[in-house]
Design a protein around this ligand. Structure first.
Ligand SMILES: [Zn+2]
Length: 184
């Protein structure tokens, strides 16, 4: 692999408190390591070898910040068309269509349903009309996923990280379990 490609490979950053918070490229990781703002986290033997004419650097695949990271301010977005469609990946939650999308109240407003993240889903016009003012059970139209409010980006990253990382059992067994317990 040539150097420039290595520099674009990703390194997972953990917070000072050992929570996976983001992915950055090797170039940025080197900057943090050299500045003393991060240290190697030896979860696995995985690492990137970076050579320049004068030095050879081993950049670990996981680093941990040695300084406290500033928590980004984040609010749960409002329940509107743009945000709901984004959460549902622009997919009708009843039939999977990507066309003529509207918003549907799972429990219809006329039946006391609220305009909240757990009661509003993306639905195509056809499904919306077919379902009408019935609940999914009454209409025999099960939802693809149970709607819920979008997660804080950091929590979402951590959840996705623990699900995707192929750690060996002796690390993965306990870490995975703990991480899931902490964020749920
Ligand atoms: Zn549909």
């Amino acid at each position: 692999m040539i150097a420039i490609q290595v520099l674009e490979q990703s390194v997972v950053v953990f917070s000072k408190n050992y929570l996976p918070i983001s992915k950055i490229n090797v170039r940025r990781a080197i900057q943090l390591l050299i500045a003393g703002k991060a240290e190697a986290l030896n979860l696995t033997q995985e690492s990137w070898l970076v050579r320049s004419p004068s030095i050879v650097l081993v950049v670990p695949a996981y680093i941990r910040l040695t300084v406290a990271s500033v928590e980004r301010i984040w609010k749960i977005p409002p329940v509107n068309r743009r945000e709901v469609l984004r959460r549902d990946n622009y997919t009708c939650q009843y039939c999977g269509s990507h066309k003529h999308l509207t918003l549907d109240h799972v429990i219809p407003v006329s039946r006391g349903g609220l305009h909240t993240w757990d009661n509003v889903v993306t639905a195509c016009e056809r499904c919306n009309q077919r379902k009408s003012d019935r609940t999914p059970i009454e209409a025999s139209m099960p939802l693809h996923t149970q709607p819920k409010a979008p997660m804080h980006p950091t929590v979402a990253f951590a959840e996705q990280f623990w699900r995707a990382e192929p750690f060996p059992p002796e690390i993965g067994g306990t870490s995975k379990h703990n991480a899931e317990t902490n964020i749920s």
